[in-house]
Design a protein around this ligand. Structure first.
Ligand code: CP
Length: 318
């Protein structure tokens, strides 16, 4: 594997899930694999789970991880080709990435979208430019439109939780938020669940919050949250800003917040969220603190997803 930026970099999702669960059972079984190798974790944006779970995963494989918070501690990067750098950007990715590629065997990068320029965001300009100039394998720690390590984690969590011999009903529901957020987690979750093909998958959101069809195609989409939640086995809660009229908030209707009352029509659904979560805005305290919530288990599984991906890269598997 030379890169991990979307589900298209994975041939067999279930095989990845199996490997991840094997790491969960025996975290140090491949301690020799990464011996003498370094991974650079490059953050243009904040993080808790992604940063620390990837560090732990790398150390479990015997690698040395080094974090660089370029967004808060480094020079501001330029990504546009032929840019006249007379504004706020100080260093071109064309100059920075090859240097990092010389320091590290593997690079991983978080590059959030601008939410201002849909064309650049949806062409994945930032991560593609980084890959172009890095010269070593690159792992996405969340890009402008996708969060593949989160989505692999989500399928690991669903697989280890759901033991019935039928497809689970999984509902991705929009939730209110106080500011415009990227569509990455929702796009990516939809992309992976559709590619996985082992769920009855429903997406529910208010009017005008349609996600890009390239990710949602195959899911049932409804504006009726109550109808969507009926008989659900898993409810994945996430806010996203508008995609069509890009990066805006039209509806911040508190009625879309997931509550215990709403969970009553589900099949005692397990509740998921990628975190961080705005309590009593996106999800009520009562739901987050109930036995239905598996958000901590989900976040813990980030380590095994990252460890699986790094191991495949270290092995050079395609
Ligand atoms: N879910 C997730 O990516 O968390 P962080 O932003 O804290 O890394």
């Amino acid at each position: 594997m030379k890169q991990f930026i979307s589900v298209h970099d994975v041939k067999d999702i279930n095989a990845f899930v199996e490997k991840a669960l094997a790491y969960k059972a025996n975290p140090l079984k491949d301690q020799e694999l990464g011996k003498g190798k370094r991974i650079g974790l490059i953050f243009l944006n904040p993080s808790l789970r992604t940063r620390l779970s990837t560090q732990v995963a790398a150390e479990n494989l015997g690698m040395k991880p080094i974090v660089f918070n370029v967004g808060s501690e480094g020079w501001t990067w330029e990504f546009e080709e032929e840019a006249i750098m007379s504004g706020t950007t100080v260093e071109h990715v064309k100059d920075a990435a090859p240097i990092l590629g010389n320091y590290f065997d593997v690079l991983a990068i978080r590059t959030f979208p601008s939410l201002q320029n849909k064309k650049d965001d949806y062409s994945e300009l930032f991560i593609k430019q980084f890959i172009k100039y890095a010269g070593v394998p690159v792992v996405s720690l969340e890009s402008s439109t996708l969060h593949p390590l989160q989505s692999l984690t989500d399928i690991i969590t669903i697989t280890e939780t759901f033991k019935e011999k039928r497809k689970p009903k999984i509902v991705l529901t929009w939730a209110p938020h106080i500011k415009p957020l990227p569509q990455c987690v929702s796009n990516s979750f939809a992309q992976w669940i559709n590619a996985w093909g082992e769920a009855d998958f429903v997406i529910t959101h208010p009017e005008d919050y349609e996600l890009d069809e390239q990710f949602t195609k195959g899911a049932t989409i409804t504006h009726n949250q109550d109808e969507a939640l009926k008989d659900a086995d898993f409810v994945y809660v996430k806010n996203w800003s508008t995609y069509t009229d890009y990066g805006r908030i039209y509806c911040n209707d508190p009625a879309w917040m997931l509550t215990e009352e709403k969970l009553k029509t589900t099949n005692n659904a397990k509740v998921m969220h990628c975190l961080p979560v705005r309590r009593n805005v996106e999800l009520s305290d009562e739901v987050l603190d109930s036995s239905n919530s598996i958000v901590t288990q989900q976040a813990s599984n980030r380590v095994w997803a990252a460890q699986t991906v790094l191991a495949e890269i270290l092995k050079g598997n395609g």
